[in-house]
Design a protein around this ligand. Sequence first.
Ligand code: ZN
Ligand code: ZN
Length: 277
Amino acid sequence: MADASARLRFWGVRGSTPTPTIENLTFGGNTSCVEIRTADDQCIILDAGSGIRNLGQNLMKEAEGKNIQAHIFLTHFHWDHIQGIPFFAPIYGPKNELSFYSGIQGRPLQETLEGQMAQPYFPVKFDQVAAQRNFRTINRNEVIELGSARIIPFDLNHPQGATGYRVEVGDAVIVYATDYEHGDPRCDENLRKAAEGADILICDSQYTPAEYETHRGWGHSTWLNAVQVAREAGARRLFLFHHDPVHDDQAMMRIAEDARMHFENAIAAWEGFVAVL
Ligand SMILES: [Zn+2]
Ligand SMILES: [Zn+2]
């Protein structure tokens, strides 16, 4: 690892589907993937959208042939959150150990992930990749401890369910809440509690309030709701996340400006942004 300070990096910020067009390159076209690196060098990855491919390349370069250990927490199994796994180079290294976590109960995690690489969808089956893989379904109220980090799951309101994560790294608190629609009182309360005093709140902001009117029930929220959550929870910094595929860079700049009028420390997350924790 290059330096010992804890940090967070956005590798994919787009929602729903990758959008690698020139109009989107300031904010980025890759789907959800966020890396958290602790001071004791735990590698915690939130979601495995197409952004995880570049993260994988970076981990391989950094490791210089040494083994890679990473912990991948999935919010849910919609394509934009798992589609990068087959292209995440560390899965092909026999010395690497990758642990997958999910808060979605029901169908076993391993079986669900194997599904996207079953033939004829991909030439290599997930049970044939070389890395050691661990699978763990997390129950509510369960806390995962990884070195100096604690990860606490909570339910989000989303079609077929989704899990948010509160990640405590030393004194810093990061809350990852994407693929979440406001309006369900229990889940809204979960999020506000989880986000209390967060240093960084990463929140689903797919729609503008006007767009939301025609997208009710689609499982996503607005930048306006995100700033309300940030204010009520007393979050220090808000990252708007899961940008709609139709929001090009100009639209994203307008959204970020609108959000900043309501919450000074609102930032529309962009690919490559690094926050020191
Ligand atoms: Zn999504
Ligand atoms: Zn989703």
